[in-house]
Design a protein around this ligand. Structure first.
Ligand code: NDP
Ligand code: HSE
Length: 430
């Protein structure tokens, strides 16, 4: 039997404590699968007295996480503290510099500093593994890096945030309001420390930027991601979506075309019975399109203790078996700098909801703006007039240029008979 792998865990919250539980519960199986023992020899968190649902008495408690790197017997550091900078970043940097392997669930860190950290790992020969950073328990990183490594990819898309999918599903299925469902997602441990990262689409952007880099072999570019969150999604839009045969999902979509790489995060309408449309609650699904394999869908729980710990422990097992890869598969120096395609160049179908005064000529004014922008309408819905004579008008379009749609919405918003800013949701055929 090989010598045990000694690990230290920094951050004993949802993911860190979950990791300890899985390592303990499945210790025998894990040892058999990697041919060596995994020993957790030290842990670090802020509050030593906190009940974490797991016994930490047999491990060294280190009050300053950075001291874990100074322990010569530690082979691997698990970073489950979180945050783009601060303790998490300095811990990971110093561990890699010291030649210690790092397993992290921290997508914000990888999205912003992944390339610099990968360079350190490449130099020191340590592994920087981050399966848990994208889509919780879904093995999308390994899928892209290993099983599908033969492919040239041109599209990666999916539901990448469990909290948002949980919120959108519960708002529609259980008629719960946004704040109630968000509080439940926080209680279960799905949400980020600052849930604005989830609901404003930032967490999805972090994950999309990571898998975009892996899929296309290009430099990670978080600044190039177009981001809209789900704060403006209303039950009214969900009702109209339902009438049209759609559900609303927050998607991260990345495409690699001759115009460049377009990374976008925004709410989308997708067919109710489509692969993505059927994914509910905190589940994530990622669809990748490879030139050899065609379309492959990865689906599973995208957030929460068990699912995320499954990915963290999977990475630990990989390293215990000797699986040391370039963190971005290709050496950082060889990653391509691909051109960035703009949102204006997107061709999509659109749902537009307008609150209008119900009087003659209003629709003619709206449709003439669409005509002038070369936008072809696909369907039209109108609900009954309210006592104040306003109605909701819903138009869906055939595929058109985003730039034309934006111009049209600007002109429509300026019409005196349109009494709220237009509500626009893109329709995706996934
Ligand atoms: P939690 O807030 O539950 O846990 C964070 C932990 O870090 C806490 O135990 C906290 O200590 C500890 N901590 C904070 N500051 C320090 C410090 N200076 N030194 C040592 N420990 C510290 O977060 P999660 O477990 O949910 O998330 C952790 C990471 O995993 C984040 O990067 C997150 O994005 C990522 N992630 C989370 C998922 C989820 O479903 N929750 C899924 C995938 C990734 P204490 O408990 O003592 O206060
Ligand atoms: N807050 C994240 C989510 C955790 O809800 O998806 C998993 O990355």
């Amino acid at each position: 039997m090989n010598k045990p792998l000694n690990i230290a865990i920094a951050g004993l919250g949802t993911v860190g404590a979950g990791t300890l539980k899985v390592l303990r519960r499945n210790a025998g199986l894990i040892e058999a699968r990697c041919g060596r023992k995994i020993n957790v020899i030290a842990v670090s968190s802020r509050d030593k007295g906190k009940d974490r649902g797991v016994d930490v008495s047999g491990m060294k408690w280190v009050s300053s996480a950075s001291d874990l790197v100074k322990m010569p017997e530690v082979d691997l550091v698990v970073e489950t503290i979180g945050g783009v900078d601060g303790v998490a970043r300095s811990l990971v940097e110093s561990a890699l510099n010291a030649g210690k392997h790092v397993v992290t669930a921290n997508k914000a860190l990888i999205a912003h500093h992944g390339l610099e950290l990968a360079k350190i790992a490449e130099k020191s020969g340590a592994m920087l593994a981050y399966e848990a950073a994208v889509a919780g328990g879904v093995p999308i990183i390994k899928g892209l890096r290993e099983g599908l490594a033969a492919n040239r990819f041109h599209k990666v898309a999916g539901i990448l945030n469990g909290t948002c999918n949980f919120i959108l599903t519960s708002m529609w299925n259980k008629h719960q309001d946004f704040a109630t469902v968000l509080a439940e997602a926080q209680r279960i441990g799905y949400a980020e420390a600052d849930p604005a990262f989830d609901i404003d689409g930032i967490d999805t952007a972090h994950k999309l930027a990571i898998i975009t880099s892996l899929a296309y072999g290009c430099l990670l570019n978080i600044d190039a991601v177009y981001v809209e969150g789900i704060r403006n999604i209303s039950i009214l839009d969900m009702e109209f979506a339902d009438q049209l045969g759609y559900v609303i999902k927050l998607l991260g979509i990345s495409t690699h075309t001759s115009e460049g790489v377009l990374q976008r995060v925004h709410p989308c309408m997708v067919a109710k019975m489509s692969t993505i449309g059927r994914v509910s609650d905190a589940y994530n699904a990622v669809i990748v399109e490879g030139d050899a394999v065609g379309q492959v869908t990865f689906e599973g729980k995208g957030a929460g203790e068990g699912a995320t710990a499954s990915s963290v422990v999977g990475d630990i097992i990989d390293i215990a078996r000797g699986g040391i890869y370039k963190p971005f598969t290709i050496p950082v120096a060889a990653l391509e700098k691909l051109p960035v395609a703009t949102m204006d160049s997107l061709k999509a179908s659109y749902y537009v909801r307008l609150a209008v005064v119900d009087k003659p000529g209003v629709l003619a004014a709206i449709t003439s703006i669409f005509r002038d922008e070369g936008i072809s309408m696909c369907s039209f819905l109108q609900n009954s007039r309210k006592p104040d004579e306003t109605v909701q008008v819903v138009i869906t379009t055939h595929e058109t240029l985003e730039l034309s749609m934006r111009n049209a919405l600007k002109s429509i918003a300026a019409l005196g008979s349109v009494i709220e800013p237009p509500h626009m949701i893109r329709i995706e055929n996934l």
